[in-house]
Design a protein around this ligand. Structure first.
Ligand SMILES: Nc1ncnc2c1ncn2[C@@H]1O[C@H](COP(=O)(O)OP(=O)(O)OP(=O)(O)O)[C@@H](O)[C@H]1O
Ligand SMILES: [Mg+2]
Length: 381
């Protein structure tokens, strides 16, 4: 008997999306490709889970199709916990992309980077790979040598883009010194495009918009907006109609709104909607949407309870105030008086909530990082 092919759920979350799973963002892609060709530095910022990393990697994929000489170097600062780790990672990326044979890279690195001890070993598949170690006291010149490596690729005719993802984490390294050192080297790289991407807006602003900071004015600021509703609902409708033929654009629009248009949560909710539809395609869309939302809240109930129970009273009050006032004008006298909270206490509570990653402050209002936490609060408190 012929086995029936079951289509896998087309809504992906928690992973970088690309290719046919990547929704549009045509203008952003065009702009970034152009800026890479212009060797422009970009500061790409947006709240968490809007799709920064996916966009950058999609742009790499796009550009590779037309420019065989393109080299994209991607460094995630969440993984960089020391200056040494940064240098090892960047050198490793260079080694992968240099186009030189492994022996030549080894010789090159030994001669070109002071303080580095490269050696050969085998990876899990038995292929040769380079291990890098620095001498205990990394000479100051090693930093410059390593940070100059992308320029060497560009000087040899490659089109080069270096991405420092979640760059705000640099503030956890020896902050300003690292930034000073970085700027002093990369400011001479006229043929390389650097992308600094980040999700903690207040830190990104401090790093790049503060005249006292060495990276001030290093590049063009670009805010990544949500995927437009029209583009997202088109994708959602096409995919869900294949399992629930009466699904329409308005249903997709409700789904998008329930997840506040944030890429990750829209995908998560659509994923759940799709699964429920497979088994109950005759239920009305509104009922399925409600079930999908409830399932997601239930799945996270323990996590949300834990977060909530570990907040003090003023932090809980601050969360309520955000709900009641749509995150705006929280410091009005009447709001403070009605809720019996002092301005300084509210301020402290809000910064603590930002620090804990529960809320963020964007476009002049406070909002929840996890939209389902907001739904959970509405249902629970
Ligand atoms: N263009 C897109 N098309 C479809 N889904 C997307 C797109 N961009 C993002 N997503 C969805 O959002 C999720 C998060 O994307 P991504 O990790 O790129 O965001 P991010 O802004 O880098 O997040 P973080 O701040 O957590 O690093 C993806 O797993 C995917 O579900
Ligand atoms: Mg990311």
């Amino acid at each position: 008997m012929k086995e029936q092919k079951i289509k896998t759920n087309p809504f992906i979350f928690g992973k970088v999306v690309h290719g046919e799973n990547f929704i549009n963002r045509k203008d952003d892609r065009r702009e970034l490709i152009l800026e890479i060709k212009n060797h422009t530095n970009i500061i790409l910022y947006a709240p968490r889970r809007y799709g920064k990393t996916s966009l950058i990697l999609q742009v790499f994929e796009d550009i590779r199709k037309k420019h065989k000489n393109f080299t994209g170097i991607f460094i995630d600062f969440y993984r960089i916990n020391s200056r040494e780790k940064f240098l090892v990672t960047l050198t490793g990326e260079y080694a992968k992309n240099s186009g030189l044979s492994i022996d030549k890279i080894l010789t090159f690195l030994k001669s070109a980077v002071k303080g580095i001890i490269p050696s050969l070993s085998l990876d899990q598949n038995g292929n040769p790979k380079i291990d890098l170690q620095f001498t205990p006291d990394i000479p100051a010149a090693a930093f410059e040598d390593v940070v100059n490596l992308p320029k060497k690729l560009a000087d040899n005719g490659k089109l080069v883009c270096v991405v420092f993802d979640e760059f705000q984490e640099v503030t956890a390294l020896n902050g300003k010194d690292f930034q000073n050192e970085l700027r002093s080297v990369i400011q001479h790289h006229n043929n390389v495009s650097y992308f600094f991407s980040g999700s903690k807006q207040h830190l990104i602003q401090q790093i790049f918009n503060n005249t006292n900071n060495s990276l001030y004015n290093i590049g063009k600021m670009k805010y990544l907006h949500k995927i437009p509703k029209e583009e997202f609902t088109q994708f959602i409708t096409t995919e869900i109609i294949s399992v629930k033929p009466d699904f329409n654009k308005n249903d997709a629009s409700s789904l998008y709104n329930t997840a506040d248009g944030i890429s990750y949560y829209v995908q998560m909710l659509a994923h759940e909607f799709y699964n429920i539809s497979l088994l109950n395609k005759n239920l009305p869309s509104a009922t399925i949407l409600e079930s999908a939302k409830n399932n997601l809240m239930d799945n996270k109930n323990e996590e949300f309870l834990f977060i909530y129970e570990n907040l003090n009273l003023s932090q809980k009050k601050a969360l309520e105030l955000i709900l009641e006032n749509a995150g705006r004008s929280l410091f009005r006298q009447e709001v403070l008086a009605k809720n019996k909270i002092a301005s300084a206490t509210l301020k402290k509570a809000l910064s603590k909530l930002i620090e804990k990653g529960i809320i963020s402050f964007e476009n002049n209002h406070y909002c929840y990082q996890d939209i389902f936490f907001k739904h959970w609060l509405i249902k629970t408190i």
